[in-house]
Write a protein that binds this ligand. Sequence first.
Ligand code: HEM
Length: 356
Amino acid sequence: MKYSLKRRFSGVRLWRKNKSVLYNLHPPTIPADGARFTYTFGLGGLTLLATLITILTGVLLTFYFVPTTERAYPSLTLINSVVNFGGFVRSLHYWAAQLTVIFAALHLARIVFTGAYRPPRDFNWALGLGLFVLLLLWDFTGYTLRWDEGSIWALLVGTNLLKVIPRYGDALYRLVVGDTAPGDAALLRFYAWHVVGLTVATVGGIGYHLWRVRVDGGISHPHPTRARPKTLVSRDALFSTEIIAAIIATAAMMALAAIAPPALGRIADLSATGITETKAPWIFLAIQELLRYLPPLWAGWIVPSAGMVILLSLPLFDRHGAGRGKYFSRARWQSQAAFAALAAGIIFLSVMAALR
Ligand code: HEM
C-alpha cells in the first residue's frame, strides 16, 4: 500500500478520545459505586490537575528566575511587573502548588474515611504517603527560592532542624545547604531540587501511583449484595465528566490567581535579628508552634515521624473487610479516630501559630 502522510496522521489526532492518556487510565467499565462523585469527590484527579498546572507554570517561570542570592528576588519583581502575564503566571504557580497540597491532604482523608488503605491497596497507601512528603518538600523548596522575608523561617529554622539530628546532623546540613550558612550554594541546591529532583520524583511517583490504582482492581467500592447488585458505568461517561470538571477547576484556579496574587515581602536579610518573629510557610506552621514547647529534635523529627508511622501502620491494624467502600464505617472507628485526632492536632497547632 502506498504510504500516505494524510492517512498516517488521521489516526493519531491528539484529541482523539480513545488515544488519550486520561481516557486509558480507566478500564472500559467501572463499578458505579467507585465512580460516584460523592465517593471520591474527584480529589485524586484534582491533585493531578493542580500538579500539572504547577509544573507547566513553573517551566515558564524558569525563563526569567535567576537562582542567586543577589538576583533571585529582583528577578521575581521583574516577573511581577515587567514580563507579560508574568505576575499572573507566578500567581497561578503559587496557587496551584498550594492547592496540590490541600487536594492531596483531602484525598488522603477520603482514603482513610472510606477504608481504601486496606489490602490490596496498602502498598498504594504507603506510596501515597511518600508522595505527600515529596509535595511538602516541593512546596518548602519553592518558598526558599523567593529569598524574601517570608523565606527566612524556611531558610534558617527549617534548615537548622537538620543540625539537631544526632551524629549525622552537621554532615546532612552541609550536604543540603552546601555551606556553613544559607547563601548562593543553598539557593542553587534548593533550585535544582525544586525544578529537577523533586519534580522528577513526584511525576514518577504519580505515574506509579495511578498504575497501582488499576493493578489493585480500580477504585475501591462496596461488595455487591443481593439488595445492591453491582452496576457498571462506561469510561466514556466518566471521561466526559472529568474533562468538564478539569476545565471548570482550571478556570477557578485562574480566577483565584488573578484575584489574589501572592505577596512578595522585602528582600531577605539573614543577618537581621528577630528571626523568631517570622512566620513559617503555612505547611510548617504546626512545627513552628511545636518548637515553642518541645526541643527541636522532638518538634522537627520525632513527633512528625511518629505521626507518619501511625498513618503507615493503619493497614496493619485494620485488615478486615467490613464496611468496605463506605464512608465512616463503624467497623473502622479506631483508625478513623486516630486520623481525626492527628488532623485536629495539626490544624490546632497551625491556627495557634498563625494567630500569634
Ligand atoms: C500527587 C499526589 C496524588 C495524586 C495525583 C493522586 C491521584 C490519585 C487518583 C487519580 C486516584 C483514583 C481516583 C481517586 O481515588 O480520587 C487515587 C487513588 C488512590 N490514592 Fe492517590 N493521589 C495522590 C496522593 C495520594 C496520597 C497522599 C495518598 C494517601 C496517603 C493516596 C492514596 C491513594 C489510594 C489508597 C488510592 C486508591 C483509592 C481507592 O481505591 O478508593 N494518594 N489517587
